[in-house]
Structure formats: structure tokens, C-alpha cells
Design a binder for this molecule. Structure first.
Ligand code: FDA
Length: 389
């Protein structure tokens, strides 16, 4: 069968691209359903974009690459689309937009757009072989137990990254890109919890608090969550994209509070109060108990010297921890790195050396922060390729 365009991957980017490229477009996916990551995203409500999305929220070897696509299909364009489909939404925090209802509304919206523009979707379809000649691409596909050959002028790699292999993530886009001479930068799990030697934070599992989490390259003011395996929560997921094995992270447990002055003032007015009790007014009590032996948190406020209070405030505003690793691909929300942007046009996502070959979405070396930015990249890059086709 002959198609103008074949898109490998019916995820966020692939469906958005198909909704633009329309008739003559075939989207294939080995999964049973399209947009599975959309379905489970944002706790089932899909954080589909961010009001403040801009190039500064993305990591890439070339930080300028994402600018063109993001500027030509913005968060406002996607919000318009969502509004046209009468999907109600709300802003949570930090500009993050979520569906009021279910994330599947976004999947249904993209399917409806694909249908409207006449794109075809084949699910449970695997690529068995791929050839390239002067007339374009030939794909041998395994579909419903039968071999089917299709040809196309444009081939779009939209099969995503390596995160959550259990959900069907594969490195197919990277393998095909390499076959065509494109470079793939180092890939790493990102937006992923940190692990610590077994049991280290077990007594704190479930405790969550706002922190400032930083390393020399980045700093995030968001929530931290202690887990049986280590540390999670938005602040941790954010910093994981900037972390390298063996490095320390710095946790300010009392951001925005001058704890020294606060404790001094409390000592003046309530000297008989236990130091632990006073600290538990500013931090979760379980955390204070956990830290007490190491930081020698004991006695009444009146017993603490200025030097002692200063040292305590210093320790709590710069708790240094060294993760043993991350939870890896099993739980990472995204892949850092991917198809090198040097080989792609930032306007169209087409490979500079292989006319008709496009790479979009997470497969490209463009990775967003936590907060709806990764979907915005999928929409913007998918739109750029779809409009060019
Ligand atoms: P995506 O992974 O969506 O799609 C790739 C498609 O290709 C899949 O349908 C897959 O089945 C298919 N495929 C893979 N290999 C194939 C093969 N060999 N043959 C055929 N098909 C193949 N982002 C955000 O902005 N807001 C959020 O709320 C969240 N939440 C979130 C939660 C969780 C748990 C995860 C894992 C991730 C998120 N993300 C997110 C990230 C977001 O899901 C991600 O950035 C986009 O889905 C990337 O879109 P793509 O279309 O590039 O890949």
C-alpha cells in the first residue's frame, strides 16, 4: 500500500503530527491503544501544557533548537484546541494545566483530530524491516499476524524515549536514526526519584514538605517526598535531570524562613518550650525526630546558645545528601538526550541529510522540566513536522 507519510508511534507527538499531515498519513503503533502515556499522565488528569512554557524550560545539547517549534505552536494554540473540544481544565500550581476530567479526553481529542483530517491508525503493528530508496521508504509491517508492505515519501519517527519499558517504550527511533547516519546523544532516565541505601528514609516514608533542592547547576522550590526507596516528589524529579552519579544534593528544609531569628525570638518568649516542639512548628514532627540524634536536637529553647541555634539553622538549610542512584527507566517520566538536534531542521524536524525523514517528540534531544513542558514539546515538534509535510 502507498502512503504519503508513515508515522511510527501513536503517542502525543505522533498523533499531533498526524492531525496536521492528514490524508495519506498512516500512523502505526505496536501498542493496543494510542496515547497510553497521555492516559496515565498527571495522575490520570494529564498536565497537558504549562502557561509559562518557554525555551528556558528545556534541556538539550543545543538550547536554541526548541525555540522555533515552540514559538510556532505555543501553549496558547494547544489551549485553543482543548477549548474547541470543550475539555474543561484548571491551573494547579506553577502554570501547570490539567484536565478537570480524565486524561483520556486528550487522547480522544487527538484521535478525533486525526479522523477529521483523514489520517489512518494501525495499532498492534510492528516494524519488521525498513528500506530506503530514491522514491522514499518501504516498510514491512507485521499486523494482525500478517505481513504487509507499505511505501511512503515521508517517515516520521515518533516512538518516544526509553522510559517505562513496561508500557512499550523502545529505542526504535534511536536505532533507525543511527541507521540513517544521525547521531544520538547519551540517553539517561530523567524526572526520576533518587534511591538511597535500603531503609535510609524508611521511617519517613510518606512525609512530604516544601524544600529548596539544589546542586551547582539547578535549584527548585517544590515539594520533596520521602519514600521507602529514597526521595521523590516534584523537587526531586526536577533536580534528577541535572544530577550525575556520585554527586551530592543540597536540601534546604526551611526555604523562605530565617530559622535562626525565629528560634531566637521563640527562646525569648517561650524559653521553657522543648527545641523539638519548636522545630515541629516549622517541619514535620517525624522529620524532626529522625534528624534529632544526628543534629543533637534536645533540651529546652532556653538551653540553646546563639552559636548552637545558628549551627542548627545552618544544618537544616543545607542538608547534604548523596543519592546512590535513581529508579532508572522503570519509573523515569522522560528520557534525557536522544537524536542529536545538529542533524535536524529546527523548523521542520526533518533530517538535514535524509530528505523525508523526520524525528519528533521525546525521541529528540529536547527534554522538558516537570510541569507539562514535555507534552508541549510533543505538540510543538509534532505540529512543526506535520505542517511541513
Ligand atoms: P510517547 O511515549 O507518548 O509515544 C510513543 C509511542 O510510540 C507509544 O505509543 C509507543 O507505544 C510507540 N512505540 C514505541 N516503540 C515502538 C515500536 N518499536 N514500534 C511501534 N510503536 C512503538 N509530560 C507532561 O508534559 N505532563 C505530564 O503530566 C506527564 N506525565 C507523565 C507521567 C508518566 C508516568 C510518564 C511516564 C510520562 C509523563 N510525561 C508527562 C511525559 C510525556 O508522557 C512524554 O514526554 C510524552 O508522552 C512524549 O511523547 P512522544 O509522542 O514523543 O512519546
Amino acid at each position: 500500500m502507498k502512503f504519503e507519510t508513515v508515522i511510527i508511534g501513536a503517542g502525543a507527538a505522533g498523533m499531533m503530527c498526524a492531525a496536521q499531515s492528514g490524508p495519506g498519513t498512516l500512523v502505526i503503533d505496536h501498542a493496543r491503544a494510542p496515547g497510553e502515556k497521555i492516559r496515565i499522565s498527571g495522575g490520570g488528569r494529564c498536565n497537558f501544557t504549562n502557561l509559562h512554557a518557554g525555551p528556558e524550560n528545556f534541556l538539550s545539547a543545543n538550547p536554541h533548537f526548541c525555540k522555533s517549534a515552540l514559538a510556532r505552536y505555543t501553549q496558547w494554540d494547544f489551549i485553543d484546541l482543548v477549548n474547541r473540544h470543550r475539555i474543561s481544565w484548571h491551573e494547579k500550581t506553577f502554570g501547570q494545566l490539567f484536565c478537570d476530567g480524565k486524561a483520556t479526553q486528550i487522547v480522544d481529542m487527538l484521535r478525533a483530530e486525526m479522523t477529521r483530517t483523514g489520517a489512518t491508525l494501525w495499532l498492534q503493528t510492528r516494524l519488521a524491516d525498513l528500506r530506503h530508496g530514491p522514491d522514499g521508504f518501504t516498510l514491512d509491517l507485521d499486523r494482525e499476524g500478517a505481513r504487509q508492505t507499505v511505501t511512503c515519501r515521508n517517515l516520521v519517527l515518533a516512538s518516544g524515549g526509553k522510559s517505562i519499558p513496561k508500557m512499550g517504550a523502545t529505542g526504535l527511533a534511536y536505532d533507525i536514526a543511527r541507521r540513517f547516519g544521525l547521531t544520538v546523544t547519551e540517553t539517561r532516565p530523567a524526572l526520576v526519584p533518587f534511591t538511597f541505601p535500603r531503609g535510609r528514609f524508611a521511617p519517613l516514608a510518606g512525609v512530604s514538605l516544601p524544600v529548596r533542592l539544589s546542586n551547582p547547576r539547578a535549584s527548585f522550590d517544590e515539594a520533596l517526598l520521602f519514600t521507602h526507596r529514597g526521595l521523590s516528589g516534584p523537587a526531586v524529579l526536577q533536580l534528577s535531570s541535572f544530577w550525575r552519579e556520585g554527586e551530592e544534593i543540597h536540601v534546604n528544609l526551611i526555604p523562605g524562613l530565617d530559622l535562626f531569628e525565629t528560634l531566637r525570638a521563640a527562646r525569648a518568649t517561650a524559653g521553657r518550650r522543648a527545641l523539638k516542639t519548636e522545630l515541629a512548628r516549622h517541619l514535620p514532627a517525624r522529620l524532626v525526630d529522625f534528624l534529632a540524634p544526628d543534629l543533637k536536637i534536645a533540651g529546652r529553647l532556653a538551653d540553646q546558645s546563639d552559636a548552637r541555634l545558628r549551627a542548627l539553622a545552618g544544618a537544616l538549610s543545607d542538608w547534604r545528601l548523596r543519592p546512590s542512584g535513581t529508579e532508572g527507566w522503570r519509573t523515569a517520566e522522560v528520557t534525557l538526550g536522544g537524536v542529536d538536534t545538529n542533524g535536524l531542521s529546527s523548523r521542520t524536524m526533518e533530517a538535514k541529510t535524509v530528505p523525508g525523514l523526520f524525528v519528533i517528540g521525546e525521541a529528540v534531544d529536547v527534554t522538558g522540566w516537570l510541569g507539562g513542558y514535555n507534552f508541549q514539546w510533543a505538540w510543538s515538534s509534532g505540529h512543526a513536522a506535520g505542517a511541513a509535510i
